[in-house]
Design a binder for this molecule. Sequence first.
Ligand code: KIV
Ligand code: NA
Length: 276
Amino acid sequence: MKTTIQLKEMKRNNEKITMVTAYDFPSAKLAEQAEVDMLLVGDSLGMVVLGYQSTIEVTVEDMIHHGKSVTRGAPSTFVVIDMPFMSCHLSLEKAMEHAQKIMQLTNAQALKVEGASPLILELVERLTMAGVPVIGHLGLTPQSVNVLGGYRVQGKDRDSARQLITNANNLEKAGAISIVLECVPYQLAKHITDQLSIPTIGIGAGAECDGQVLVYHDILQYGVEFTPAFVKKYAEVGKITKDAIAKYCADVKAQQFPGNSHRFTMDSSLLNEITG
Ligand code: KIV
Ligand code: NA
């Protein structure tokens, strides 16, 4: 399993960090077998596997339920769990309680929080002091989609670019071990990456970030309707799945399944005996 120290070393050595999301036991197991550096139980799970409208519907309980299955599936991989919508914003104490619950019940290695508000910065500091590594998340922060006015690139104008740089520096100062940059112009992501001593992990933020993260179902094209432009499609698992299930259904209808090799047998004379 990667350590926070190793992740920082990877940045210094210009060795790219790989991260992919996972939401359940088999996806975590396969990602671990593929030797990914870090797994993220993202709150994207709300949209990708629970069918919610946005990540706003995701609860702490959802994250714990799925987080547990991921750490069971990938016991040797560094697992990060998203703090879901509003779980960090009611008060510092409430946020600490949610963090404690998620860490203790899931056995994850770190938490991820969106934004860099004063409360989030204080939370990152407090969690770090308490022994919980925290990853920041800047740029497009989906939990704020209704404030941002949609899923769009962030940091393109003077003010928002300046703010992003300040936020990244503040997160590092607060003790964050890494920062996810989502939908940020590559030039800005590169500048932030060069400035920080902690690794940046990009999604739609160019090749200059220290690492990359993508959503599992996007990479595999598994059950996703819309694919953002920054995604590279590595497989057509949705199509393979649909074809396989259609073939199974056709086989059953045509009485081609089950075959003789898929059934169990018993002594026929015994059945005759008891049924007369
Ligand atoms: O929830 C998620 O999947 C994420 C990644 C896209 C960074 O936060
Ligand atoms: Na997320």
